[in-house]
Design a protein around this ligand. Sequence first.
Ligand code: FAD
Length: 425
Amino acid sequence: METTESALVIVGAGHAGSELAVSARQQGWAGPIMLLGEEGFLPYQRPPLSKAFLAGTADAESLALRSQSAYDSARIELRLGARMTRIDRAARYIELADGTHIHYSKLALCTGGRPRQLACAGIDAHHHPTNLLYLRTQKDAEAIRSHLQSGSQLVVIGGGYVGLEVAASAIALGAKVTLLEAQPRVLARVAGPALSTFYESVHRAAGVDVRTGVSLRKVHTEAGRIDRIECEDGESFKADMVVAGLGMLVNDDAARVAGLATDAGLEVDAFSCTRDPDIVAAGDCTVHHSPLYERTIRLESVPNALDQARAAAAWLCGKPKPNHGVPWFWSDQYDLKLQMVGLSQGYDRCVLRGATASRSFCAFYLQGDRLLAVDAVNRPGDFMVAKRALAKPVTLPPEIDLADESRALKDVLAVAPPVAVTGNH
Ligand SMILES: Cc1cc2nc3c(=O)[nH]c(=O)nc-3n(C[C@H](O)[C@H](O)[C@H](O)COP(=O)(O)OP(=O)(O)OC[C@H]3O[C@@H](n4cnc5c(N)ncnc54)[C@H](O)[C@@H]3O)c2cc1C
């Protein structure tokens, strides 16, 4: 057993884990800090994996969140290639895959997620087709890049952000791309029809064969590789490579066994505390109650991972500061920067400000008079205004016309009186 006094052990060396380690040191954690992760790389940024890194305009060095010397000077012990397999809460230690036990005073779980696997007739769980790839890690991105050549036929399954970004990057590399989406439109889970229609038309104009409402019937393999994908309507798509972007599953195996996770993920409060006073958690692996939206949510975004990590560090250092960050996210495709703030689920009205044809517009999602969320395409100024406004609930009097661009957005949103919220945090 490795034992150290007042040791903070952080499992998962991604966005949340790296930030938590550095932030805990900055906020006054005096004892040892160990950051361990199963990947073999210094903690790195994931967003470029489907964007600049995949398209070849960013290299591996540029992905690192911090240099080795930054961890050294903050006296953070990095242990890479180390996988936690078990948590013993009573004895306060974790077990690694190689059998090592590491004692903790406080434990932070920042284990993120892994890609949801494609389930389809023709896929044998024991013989994974060599050209069926997923994208979560740097290794995944390197594998996709090494398969992508000019003229090669890529089939992307899933029209969410990752699928669309992979399609855009592959087109930039000269690949032929078909994108298959089961829902009637791309981005169906996260955006309204106007955004979906816009992004479908942009991808089609760039040369992506976008198919929506598609059900897969069978994956045909030859010599261990997918040769073609057959759909329920009888149409088939030849493939040199298939990338499935079907969302993620939470990495919570050990936390579940230790009684810290529900079906949705590890439950934390606004201080990133779990139900065990010695264990905090942050990032994609968590769920929390949102007072703003009055429901339990799981956010898969860098800003949330960083906010929760900082809140966890503050709490661990005896300086509790609740995290009430508003959800936000971004996606880069072609020349388009999409920035989203708030959660649009449950909206009953969508108002566009600016014309989609201009490739610079906002979509406002409202439920009655309440503004729930804003998507901004190539409008960073409006996004910043919306992000500031949505930090609190916003109601808009019916006479306000969000589409009227004769008034600056900051003036329009400034008039909105706040709504009372009944959240319990
Ligand atoms: C391709 C792609 C593009 C994205 N683009 C954007 C974007 O544009 N904007 C945005 O906001 N977000 C984006 N995201 C989401 C964003 O990357 C995540 O929200 C963020 O990485 C979450 O950070 P995390 O630290 O919670 O988890 P992760 O970054 O997943 O890190 C978790 C780490 O824990 C390790 N781990 C897991 N289990 C164990 C274990 N048992 N023992 C040891 N180590 C373990 C994992 O190997 C991993 O390294 C993107 C994600 C992907 C995959």
